[in-house]
Design a protein around this ligand. Structure first.
Ligand code: PDD
Length: 278
């Protein structure tokens, strides 16, 4: 596998970065994940816009113009002979003597790699998954896609230990989002509900695309917080992300959602999202 590292494409075993990199020492880095389906990068414009925004929020310079980032992603896909999977981007503030205060004028470390995976017609998408509930352990700027993912790692590992496939996080009685996805419910009256964008959640690119498709088809949408109880009593529930696309949630904590099968609106959104992607 070839890795993009600071302007060069190198074999994985030659892709090395310093132990003094601030991404390694402080989590002072941001990342982005774009899906590749049948050779197409999905919602990549949204991902590149969020990539630039995360960097701007942290005052890390954009390592190259977004158009060049896009060309690099395509070159990496070509070199790694990828048709399906994900393309990962990460930019750290750079390498410096360990000090909380970043030195001026650091050069960002820019890494990108591909991971092959079939992202559609997966068992999770077909059958739906059981999702655990956990108090959201993260910081207050979840809108920035940083590599500080320890809260998510702990939540996902605990969920799996308890026999769940994934986990939704909550705060003040309301669901914030999935550990690596956006949380949605369908109310019994047929409204799609997902939390509005704010510092409390990552503004999901798949979220945006799915909401746009739902709106075009005249489905009712509300962007607002929803409680744990509302989610557990919902007609349907699902999650979205670049790597999951749309996955039905058929159990949330102790509660079976609807009849325990993926619901028709979730199925419809899965289909129209995949059709638009390909
Ligand atoms: N995660 N919320 C969180 C906390 C996430 O980590 C992600 C994505 C999302 C969904 O965003 P999008 O639809 O733009 O992928 C929401 C990626 C896939 C990851 O960490 O691997």
């Amino acid at each position: 596998r070839h890795i993009f590292l600071n302007g060069s494409y190198v074999p994985e075993d030659q892709a090395k970065i310093s132990v003094m990199d601030r991404g390694f020492l402080f989590g002072d880095a941001i990342y982005e994940v774009t899906a590749l389906v049948d050779g197409h990068l999905i919602d990549n414009g949204l991902h590149l816009a969020r990539f630039a925004r995360s960097l701007a929020e942290l005052g890390i310079p954009l390592p190259m113009p977004l158009e060049n980032v896009r060309e690099m992603q395509i070159e990496l896909i070509r070199r790694n002979q990828m048709t399906d999977g994900t393309v990962y981007l990460q930019v750290s503030r750079g390498e410096a003597e360990r000090n909380f205060h970043p030195a001026a004028g650091l050069s960002p470390t820019f890494v990108a790699f591909t991971q092959p995976a079939k992202l559609y017609d997966t068992p999770a998408q077909r059958d739906g998954i059981a999702v655990a509930l956990m108090s959201d352990p993260r910081w207050e700027r979840r809108d920035i896609k940083t590599v500080m993912l320890l809260g998510q790692v702990i939540a996902k590992v605990a969920a799996r230990t308890d026999g769940f496939s994934d986990v939704w996080l909550h705060e003040d009685g309301c669901i914030t989002e999935g550990a690596s996805s956006t949380a949605f419910i369908l109310t019994k009256s047929g409204t799609i509900v997902t939390r509005q964008n704010s510092h409390a959640i990552l503004p999901g690119c798949t979220r945006r695309a799915v909401l746009d498709l739902a709106e075009q088809r005249g489905l009712a949408i509300e962007e607002r917080p929803f409680t744990i109880a509302e989610a557990q009593n919902a007609a349907e529930a699902f999650l979205t992300s670049a790597s999951s696309l749309v996955i039905p949630v058929v159990k949330l904590g102790d509660s079976v959602i609807g009849d325990g099968q993926p619901g028709p609106v979730t199925r419809h959104l899965q289909e129209i999202y995949l059709a638009a992607a390909r």
